[in-house]
Write a protein that binds this ligand. Structure first.
Ligand code: NCD
Length: 377
């Protein structure tokens, strides 16, 4: 069968459904060669990274999706763990987030009539407000609470009943809760999709997506980078999700923390099977090596013993001196809030990208809401 026959045979697909990137761009000799190479090499779940060649590849995408039945399905999907995402899906979120950049500036009516509920049982500034801003920018509206103290939880209502109630008022729920597993439990009780806005010290998947988006945008790639995390790797949920996400890429990861705050063992075991990981307690020798330095706050509120917190408080302070040997194009990220781990003097250097990260949080969350609510494919 010739390429043109294949193309003619290809069932009509919704092109917006199709996101495809693949490593075989170098075989782009003719449509026929592409199709044959691609069909032979196509494996479900493989990371087809790097090249995304628009135009000609659209035809190939249509065909491959038609024969394999693969399409990226986001509508009605819960976002509980970053581990549930493939590299292809993350690429699709990036692409959608990029398309949200002009919409974020001028607004849209894409989600008119849809309601986002934000249920925050723990403190938050960025996650809750950026989800709410994202929903408003897409023409939707928001309900919710930011203090469990004023909700019926105070009267003894359990999480399952709260979720079963809010489910009736909304089209999507973002939940932040101090207990690990809370978001997964909520997803079992809700018919509408649930997004994990932080589950105890466990995970924060949407933060990982915006962190990755920022790295990709600022460095032009993720593959090939050397990335260091510094701070509380035990109780910090953002670094858990980001570590899982980075293990889908070809990166080297340096984990710098006090001995008592080393990366959670279960995370370490999983990522070590996929990428090189180097654990350290001192930052000094690591700073000059890396392309990205991701700094986190010591999570005071999660320490069972205040004396243990006192021992590690202020362990790392990134200032101009710490960065004196850094690569010129190093970027410093932080999920925020910061306490004292990045000195204010760093804010005006080209290294500091944590406020760009905040902006990227809006477009990534706009992308997630529009995909989950079916306004974008
Ligand atoms: C983080 C969180 O809540 O886990 N903040 C955020 O969502 N941007 C980081 C933190 O609290 O240290």
């Amino acid at each position: 069968m010739s390429a043109s026959d294949m193309i003619n045979d290809c069932p009509v697909l919704d092109l917006r459904n199709i996101q495809f990137s693949f490593t075989h761009a170098k075989y782009l000799l003719s449509e026929e060669a592409i199709i044959q190479t691609q069909i032979k090499d196509f494996k479900l779940g493989n990371a087809f990274a790097d090249a995304f060649i628009v135009g000609k590849l659209f035809i190939l995408e249509m065909y491959t999706n038609a024969v394999s039945g693969v399409s990226l399905e986001f509508e009605d999907r819960d976002i509980i763990s970053i581990k549930d995402f493939s590299r292809e899906e993350i690429n699709h979120i990036f692409k959608t987030a990029k398309s949200m950049e002009p919409i974020a500036a001028k607004g849209s009516e894409m989600l008119r009539g849809k309601i986002l509920a934000t249920l925050f049982f723990e403190a938050s500034t960025r996650t809750r407000l950026s989800f709410e801003a994202a929903m408003h920018k897409l023409g939707g509206s928001t309900i919710g609470f930011a203090e469990a103290e004023i909700a019926s939880v105070k009267k003894g209502e359990n999480l399952a009943d709260t979720i079963r109630t809010v489910d009736k008022y909304s089209n999507v729920i973002v939940l932040r809760h101090p207990l690990e597993g809370a978001a997964r439990l909520a997803a079992e009780f809700a018919e509408v999709p649930v997004i994990n806005g932080g589950s105890g010290a466990e995970e924060h998947p949407t933060q990982a997506l915006l962190d990755l988006y920022t790295i990709n945008k600022e460095k032009g790639r993720i593959d090939g980078l050397k990335i260091a995390f510094a701070g509380d790797l035990r109780y910090g949920r953002t670094v858990h999700s980001l570590a899982y996400a980075l293990s889908l890429y070809n990166v080297e990861l340096y984990l710098v923390s006090p001995e008592s705050l080393k990366m959670r063992r279960e995370v370490l075991q999983t990522i070590k099977e996929k990428i090189p990981v180097i654990e350290k307690t001192s930052l000094e020798k690591i700073v000059p090596l890396v392309d990205v330095l991701y700094v986190t706050r010591i999570q005071k509120e999660r320490f069972p013993d205040p004396a243990e917190y006192a021992k590690v408080k202020g362990s790392y302070k990134i200032n101009l001196q710490t960065l004196s040997e850094a690569k010129k194009d190093l970027i410093v990220l932080h999920p925020l809030p910061r306490v004292d781990e990045i000195a204010a003097e760093v804010d005006n250097t080209p290294y500091a990208r944590y406020f760009q990260q905040v902006w990227n949080g809006i477009v990534v969350r706009m992308a997630l809401l529009s995909l989950i609510l079916g306004a974008t494919k």
